[in-house]
Design a protein around this ligand. Structure first.
Ligand code: NAD
Length: 476
């Protein structure tokens, strides 16, 4: 059993109340206990981050980068442990959880390397003797609020650049993945001076606003639902601080008539069903062109029928449980509504007859692109198949949602690929690849209601976590 604490100023501190965490695959099994923190715990963490700010900022980019390499090595050495804990806590199949733990290590390593890269430019000045250049300065104390679906990678893809560029951090992970966040932070926080990386665990509604509204917090990076993200945007705008939001998705795959069907089937299944569909970049709508609709739907259905659904700790499980009873009910409600609307179920459509929050991988065929199933983020293992008679119609359907995170097109025609890449209203588009899986060294983010129009990961991360300072020096 993992006993999680807050980490404030380099110390592990409990809260006055704590909560038990149960496994989503075996709801009777207690995986650990987490603190149920109060706003005063946020205050203590922000104070610690504020006190650590100046020396951390003065350490310099390369020095901070070296420490990220050390943190990466620690995570690398604990991949199996972290993956198992994540899998027990939030139900991600163990193979995927190991990949995510390795990715967390790779992200830290990547940003360690960024510590040796140029961060400004030399700009000509009217007086030729003046040296004019830009440099980057940290925001100060940054609040980071994360969801449960990537309990290792998302905290690290925010924390690593925040720290590299000289900010100190208060991390507030989702309640449903706080054991994993605790273990990750407990492992690496000793690399940094006390107060550089702080962790406060608790309910978002209770301690989230205390973090967003704290006068010493100069930036908020949030990943989660559009509803909470919008609320944070209002509060941050009122305070005049920087914010960054990554939110929902309703990601389409377009399958053209010339697609390699085997590849399109395999990657559509992977995009839709891995992590039980609980990825912001999960494939949720499959738009198939004209004559291949039936053949593709049959092949997809057959492949989905073969998926092993079950214990996330078993190496051959493809689909684990969804994260909670509430999530299971929400997914089943979408399924029930789609049934009531009369869409044919090609496969699945119910829960598994066993303990745990399992939803059978499900495909609905011939779905109206304007229906609830094709418009709302489901966050479960459910595909809506939509027919399109030509590419124009497919693109129009793909764009006809309020989200714009990621999309895929399967085609062997360069012309079709470029046309779709050009016309889709999304932040990330992939040709002959699944909608999920954008690499950590490339910018990540969406358009429309998926994002606040900033980008995370890769070199793009510097834009949020720093301010540009323009310097002109005229030697006397
Ligand atoms: P959520 O919005 O319920 O919670 C996200 C985080 O916000 C949690 O830490 C939560 O405790 C906190 N929170 C809740 N209320 C708050 C408040 N009033 N003030 C401050 N913080 C508050 O989302 P979730 O259920 O954890 O995650 C699922 C959602 O995340 C989905 O919509 C998914 O699409 C989205 N997501 C997006 C991305 C992306 O990169 N675009 C990645 C992963 C998940």
């Amino acid at each position: 059993m993992t006993q999680a604490s807050n980490i404030i100023g380099g110390q592990e501190v409990g809260a006055s109340q704590s909560l038990e965490v149960f496994s989503p695959s075996r709801p009777d099994e207690v995986v650990g206990r987490i603190p149920h923190s109060q706003p005063k715990d946020i205050e203590a963490a922000v104070a610690a981050a504020e006190a650590a700010q100046r020396p951390w900022r003065n350490m310099g980019l390369m020095g901070r980068g070296q420490l990220l390499f050390s943190a990466s090595a620690i995570v690398e050495a604990h991949v199996d442990e972290l993956a198992e804990l994540a899998s027990r806590e939030m139900g991600k199949p163990i193979g995927e959880a190991k990949g995510e733990a390795q990715r967390a290590a790779a992200i830290l390593r990547y940003f360690g390397g960024e510590g040796a890269h140029a961060i400004g430019e030399v700009i000509p000045a009217a007086n030729p003797g003046t040296l004019q250049y830009t440099t980057r300065e940290p925001l100060g104390v940054v609040g980071i609020i994360t969801p449960w679906n990537f309990p290792l990678a998302i905290p690290m893809w925010k924390v690593a650049p925040a720290l590299l560029y000289g900010n100190t951090v208060v991390l507030k992970p989702a309640e449903l993945s706080s054991l994993t966040a605790y273990r990750l932070c407990a492992l690496i926080q000793g690399v940094f001076a006390p107060g550089v990386l702080n962790l406060v665990i608790g309910s978002g509604g209770k301690i989230g606003p205390a973090l967003v509204q704290h006068p010493a917090v100069r930036g908020i990076s949030f990943t989660g639902s559009t509803r909470v993200g919008r609320d944070i945007a209002h509060q941050a705008t009122e305070r005049g601080i920087k914010y960054q939001l990554e939110m929902g998705g309703k990601n389409p795959v377009i399958v053209a008539e010339d697609a390699d069907l085997d590849r399109a089937v395999e990657l559509t299944v992977s995009g839709a069903m891995r992590s039980a569909g609980q990825k912001c970049t999960a494939t949720s709508r499959v738009i198939v062109l004209g004559s291949i609709h039936k053949a593709f739907c049959d092949a997809l259905t057959q492949r989905v029928r073969q998926l092993v659904v079950g214990d996330p700790l078993s190496a051959n499980t493809y689909v684990g449980p969804v994260v909670s009873a509430a999530q299971q009910q929400q997914v089943l409600r979408f399924i029930e509504n789609a049934r009531q609307a009369g869409y044919p179920v090609a496969v699945g459509g119910d829960r598994l007859d066993r303990a745990g929050y399992f939803v059978r991988p499900t495909i609905f065929d011939a779905v109206d692109p304007n229906s609830e199933l094709a418009q709302e983020e489901i966050f479960g293992p459910v595909i809506a198949m939509v027919a399109a008679s030509n590419l124009d119609e497919a693109v129009e359907i793909a764009n006809g949602v309020r989200y714009g995170l990621s999309a895929s097109v399967f085609t062997q025609s360069l012309k079709t690929a470029l046309r779709v890449v050009n016309d889709l209203e999304v932040g990330m588009v992939r040709v002959n690849e699944e909608t999920a899986g954008v690499e950590y060294q490339a910018p990540f983010g969406g358009v429309k209601e998926s994002s606040s129009h900033s980008r995370e990961q890769g070199r793009a991360a510097i834009e949020f976590y720093t301010e540009t300072k323009t310097v002109a020096i005229r030697p006397m």
